[in-house]
Design a protein around this ligand. Sequence first.
Ligand code: NAD
Ligand code: MG
Length: 386
Amino acid sequence: MKNITILGSTGSIGVSTLEIISAHPDRFRIVAMTAGKNLDLFARQIKQFAPRIAVVASAQDVPRLKELCSGLDVTILGGVEGLIAAATADETEMVVAAIVGAAGLIPTAAAIRARKDIALANKEILVTAGHLFMNLVAEFGVRLFPVDSEHSAIFQSIEGHRCEDIHKIILTASGGPFLHTPAEQLPAVTVRDALNHPNWNMGKKISIDSATMMNKGLEVIEARWLFNTPVDKIQVNIHPQSIIHSMVEYIDGCVIAQLGTPDMKAPIAYALAYPERITTGVKQLDLTSFSGLTFFNPDHDKFRCLQLAYRAIRSGESMPAVMNAANEIAVAEFLDGRIGFTQIAETIERTMNAHSAHNLQSIEEVLKADLWGRETAREICREMVH
Ligand code: NAD
Ligand code: MG
């Protein structure tokens, strides 16, 4: 029996994780769960999974959650202290990091320091603080299992091989909802168009990131840290069918890829049960039902965010954290209807132009760079609106 904490149980990844766990009650037990705002769903999850600890991100929501959970035997906490308590609970063996954004940094770092293995969905953690996290993982001797489908594919394609034998990592990208939209139409696309991803059903922030292709940029940085591979060896291929989830090309010319029906339950289950494989309910792949699998290079001029991410990781130090912060603000402003779609990239680029990268020695320093990026991006968005 593996004891699990889920950070972000009410999100898209959180809900899929709970589906896997409820299908395997003999294998997994929930010790603690955390959520942001969706208290009604959270209360239903608490009733079903009976965690010892349940945490809401805002301490102000604790009374309401207590009311919704009256009569249940659960300790309800709130705020960052609560998130840390959930991440470090004594019985917990593995923490599923499924919060969105840099908000996941503190509880996930606490989990590693408490020697919990990590199933990592929250890619912004490695984008903002990759070197610090990989050092923490090594120092505390924990295992870090990727949940992101591309990184799970790479992880599966690398098993039994040596990182030094890698020639190239090829991250596949669906291209998102605007793959075939002419660049000149992008300024006028709506929030609803941007949320309408062709192959994956995900949280709002990552759906917008997929539409701008910043998601792939974040994944390039995530791969750089997870697989200790120079960014110049990480390449992006558009693959609209999302069947090959990524590939690794070795120095001998052989390429190993991982394929499957696009469903996050597969990579989640692999991270939870590693090294075993368990049933997921994911539809088995029938390759004969596809008329063809296609691959081509991304249009870097149309999807500027992908280029900005390469620029940020090449510049290194605090630049990826600032880029990520600007992206989080710009995406929120777009979702709230205050800026247009192409102004997301513009906000990020202007924020990066205003930043001089500097070394980051601690999570606190990462959070300072994050705050600077947020404030600068907010200011830039305000100027653009006026
Ligand atoms: P989501 O928005 O659906 O869920 C996010 C979860 O985090 C929710 O439980 C929410 O309540 C919680 N949360 C949000 N802000 C918080 C805060 N400030 N403090 C504490 N909790 C907070 O997001 P998602 O789509 O499930 O994505 C989660 C992470 O996984 C993201 O980093 C995303 O990039 C990554 N990811 C998601 C998918 C996917 O298919 N959804 C695939 C690969 C990677
Ligand atoms: Mg992905």
